[in-house]
Design a protein around this ligand. Structure first.
Ligand SMILES: [Mn+2]
Length: 344
């Protein structure tokens, strides 16, 4: 029997405000319709950052104290903003053999809440064909968003929630706190520049953007990292995982922007934890990457973002990031192709 695993990542659906970078509703629906028309047994892996809960204010404020109630409110806002996307997913699931797996990324950690999972199952229908997790694995393929091999965004799998002042909160990683407490101001002041990747091209072309980024970074280092350490007690969610920051430096030195440099180490770390797969697929980096590692005979794929984002060269020419998806095709139990494809 024919079988496919389709993977897309980083669509980042929000609530249609200035923090919502998802603009390609029609194209995404077209993609879901295309895979719905495929014969055989098809699995769609939404590989993390499917939704952008992280950059979504609640009661006009950003907070790193996320209760289940806040996450549910955001889930409903996303549904109200993009009902046609959910309708397309629902139609995909209505085909007997199809299923959807949500991998949880750093922008949609809120999917960890049982109440949010229940809500999504309810609006998509076919609850038995929907699963959630930090990875999707079978014998041949390993798929994860990529934040679990990123020391700024790695979450504590054994402790996804934390009790603080009588409330149960999402145990968000340091990168999350850094964005909502410090770096979100960069997005408000430079909405266009913030959408330019690789980051260093944005810094080279827009000095004011770079200056602002540096000033926020200094503030974050002094207040977020050092002051927090001196104070010691207090907000457990803003606690700094120094050990993870140290591991980042061990792996990557002081580099914090060049995704291409992170990629090999991260795939290596991933294949140590999940050995002997034919394909390793991640997102998160907002780049396109497809490489056959000979000798080890496996394929590495990074799918690019579907949010509105631009690729810029030194002469300030910019193009929209390509919309990409991975497709692993089976005939019977054997993989026949592992592709990274453009969708337009
Ligand atoms: Mn991510």
């Amino acid at each position: 029997m024919l079988k496919n695993i389709f993977v897309i990542s980083d669509t980042e659906l929000g609530q249609g405000d200035i923090f919502d970078d998802f603009k390609d509703e029609e194209l995404l629906i077209k993609f879901i319709k295309k895979i719905t028309a495929e014969k055989g047994k098809n699995t769609l892996v939404l590989n993390g950052d499917t939704f952008d809960y992280m950059k979504m204010p609640y009661q006009n404020k950003f907070t790193h104290h996320i209760t289940e109630e806040i996450s549910l409110w955001k889930a409903k806002r996303i549904y109200e903003t993009y009902p046609k996307v959910f309708q397309a997913l629902k139609t995909f699931l209505n085909k007997t053999a199809n299923r959807i797996h949500f991998n949880i990324g750093n922008h949609d950690l809120d999917l960890l809440w049982p109440g949010v999972q229940k809500y999504l199952k309810q609006i998509l229908g076919n609850p038995n064909k929907i699963t959630f997790g930090l990875q999707f694995d079978n014998k041949e393929v390993h798929i994860e968003h990529g934040n679990q091999v990123d020391y700024f965004y790695k979450i504590d799998e054994d402790k996804p929630f934390i009790k603080y002042k009588g409330q149960t909160l999402l145990n968000v990683p340091i990168g999350y706190t850094a964005i909502v407490k410090y770096f979100i101001a960069l997005k408000e002041e430079f909405p266009y520049e913030e959408k330019i990747y690789p980051r260093h091209t944005a810094f080279e072309n827009f000095p004011d953007f770079k200056k602002k980024k540096q000033s926020i970074s200094r503030n974050f280092i002094f207040r977020g990292l050092i002051f927090n350490f001196i104070v010691g007690i207090g907000d457990p969610i803003a606690n700094v995982p120094y050990i993870n920051l140290f591991k980042h430096i061990l792996n990557h030195g002081l580099e914090i922007h060049d995704e291409q440099k992170f990629l090999q180490k991260r795939f290596k770390n991933m294949s140590k934890i999940y050995p002997d797969k034919q394909a390793y697929i991640m997102g998160h980096l907002h780049i396109t990457h497809h490489e056959l590692i000979s000798g080890k005979e496996h394929t590495q794929i990074v799918t690019d973002t579907w949010r509105e984002e631009f690729r810029m060269s030194k002469n300030k020419k910019s193009v929209l990031a390509p919309r990409t998806y991975a497709q692993v095709r089976y005939e019977g139990d054997k993989i026949t192709t592992i592709d990274l494809l453009n969708f337009a």
